[in-house]
Design a protein around this ligand. Structure first.
Ligand SMILES: Nc1ncnc2c1ncn2[C@@H]1O[C@H](COP(=O)(O)OP(=O)(O)OP(=O)(O)O)[C@@H](O)[C@H]1O
Ligand SMILES: [Mg+2]
Length: 472
């Protein structure tokens, strides 16, 4: 009976293989075509590859050399001193070590590459593992500098946030890496190497229009004698956390404004009532005795007092949950009543008011007077934004779910810039010299109180406010 023996491609190399595994340093065996045919354990440990990932691959995965293996062999033969070769690990990180290449002829020609400094010292390899792990963490930014302030290690996340390619930034000096950015705004500063350390320092960094909030730690690295040999920076991206904090800060601020407003408003209202009462008496007397000048002055005073009163009412509305008079409101009536005011205001500023949807609006539940105030305020803002020409369009639509009507008030003004759009509903936020900044915050409060929503869209040109209300 004939026996079939499977021949290991190594054949008589099995002894060589045994020998390789016992060596204290990393070894790579490459065939004439440049394919990796064997590796030892040490090499796997230092590079992070598994055996299967290496075997059959082109050698330049580990040895970044653009020529052939033969050329590399010749280069090493020619050089007299110890030659250092660059090597890459599984994560694309580069290192350098002295190396030697031997060529073996039998039974098939191969090259044996020894990396002398890559040893199987477990500690080094554990440290190396740790660095490998930290620098490939997607959530951790790591940058290591040497004493010349060159970047010798950088994690994937740091590359993403800094907007750089790992291979391009490695070995770069920080002045070069952060060229064009003033020293105090750099994420990695030179003074790091002078021993200035940071702990949980909140910093922000903008790259490609994206703003990152970072929490940074940094310190120097020392050798056994305590000499500074480099420095590291580690940071976490806490952008989400920060914006949450900012939202809380904002609502705290609003609550405080509300409390102050409520207290003050009450105190102002009471004296105003008596002043107003006496002024009305004066007006009466002045009219009776024909004192025209005094009568006019008193009228002006009364108008001004009414203005203060209206303002105070807005304050109160903002600060305490008002008892809304829930009633069935015919939106057609609301608009019939406010349109003359809006149109005359428009006429004054040379602005067309377009209201195509007469008598088509449904009934909603709310408060007629308050709703008038909402639409008036928003129309007024639109007209004020347009200056001396433009068009204000009031239209409506039914939302996707079909349960709400959206009243859309659109102007052809300059639009609202992105950096203020988040603030326009804040009390006292105004960009107008004469504005109080209460208009929109009052509108928002009213609409929320009746269970509706108010949205704004503005992209560069023109602004539309959408007021969404449940309808019957
Ligand atoms: N249609 C719009 N187009 C452009 N900017 C707008 C528009 N509506 C509101 N804004 C911006 O929002 C800010 C706040 O508006 P809001 O109505 O709350 O206050 P105001 O109009 O400034 O003052 P007030 O209404 O109390 O007189 C305005 O100052 C303006 O910068
Ligand atoms: Mg306004």
């Amino acid at each position: 009976m004939e026996m079939i023996t499977s021949v290991h491609p190594w054949g008589s190399f099995s002894r060589l293989n045994q020998y390789m595994q016992q060596l204290p340093h990393a070894v790579l065996v490459v065939d004439q075509a440049g394919r990796i045919v064997e590796v030892n354990e040490v090499l796997l440990r230092v590079t992070g590859y598994s055996r299967d990932e290496c075997i059959g691959c082109s050698f330049d995965h580990i040895l970044p050399w653009t020529g052939t293996m033969e050329e590399l062999h010749h280069k090493l033969l020619k050089s007299e001193a110890d030659t250092e070769l660059e090597w890459l690990d599984r994560y694309g990180r580069a290192g350098k070590t002295t190396a030697m290449i031997l060529s073996l002829e039998a039974p098939s020609p191969v090259y044996l590459i020894h990396f002398f400094q890559l040893t199987k010292d477990l500690n080094t390899s554990l440290n190396h593992r740790m660095v490998t792990q930290l620098t490939s963490e997607i959530n951790l930014g790591v940058v290591v500098l040497n004493t010349e302030a060159r970047i010798v290690e950088i994690s994937q996340m740091a590359c993403r946030i800094l907007g750089v390619e790992r291979m391009q930034i490695l070995q770069q000096h920080i002045d070069q890496a952060f060229m064009g950015i003033p020293e105090e705004h750099r994420l990695i500063q030179r003074e790091l190497l002078e021993g200035v350390k940071m702990q949980n320092k909140a910093t922000s960094w903008t790259n490609d229009n994206q703003r990152y909030e970072l929490l940074v730690d940094s310190n120097t690295l020392h050798d056994e004698s305590g000499k500074i040999v480099g420095a590291y920076v580690i940071f976490k991206d806490v952008t989400n956390l920060r914006s949450f904090e900012q939202k809380i800060e904002r609502s705290d601020r609003l609550a405080m404004i509300g409390q102050i407003a409520a207290g003050t408003a009450h105190e102002i209202r009471n004296p105003l009532t008596s002043i107003k009462g006496f002024l009305q008496m004066f007006l009466h007397s002045f009219t009776e005795s024909g004192m025209e000048r005094e009568k006019t002055y008193t009228e002006i005073m009364l108008t001004e007092i009414n203005r203060i009163n209206a303002l105070v009412s807005e304050f109160l509305l903002l600060s305490k949950p008002r008892d809304v008079q829930y009633q069935l409101v015919d939106l057609n009536v609301v608009f019939d009543e406010i349109l003359p005011i809006v149109q005359s205001e428009g006429l004054l500023h040379g602005i067309d008011v377009d209201y195509p949807s007469a008598n088509q609006l449904p009934m909603v539940v709310g408060d007629t007077e308050l709703l008038k105030q909402v639409f008036l305020n928003i129309c007024k803002n639109g007209i004020e934004a347009m200056g001396n020409e433009g068009k204000l369009t009031i239209s409506h639509s039914i939302d996707k779910e079909g349960d709400r009507i959206s009243i859309d008030i659109r102007d052809t003004g300059p639009g609202i810039p992105g950096y203020i759009i988040d603030k326009i509903f804040d009390p006292f936020f105004t960009t107008k010299e004469e504005g109080t900044g209460l208009g929109l915050s009052v509108c928002q409060k009213i609409v929320h109180d009746i269970g509706g929503q108010i949205r704004v869209s503005s992209k560069g040109y023109g602004t539309t406010f959408h007021i969404l209300l449940s309808y019957l």
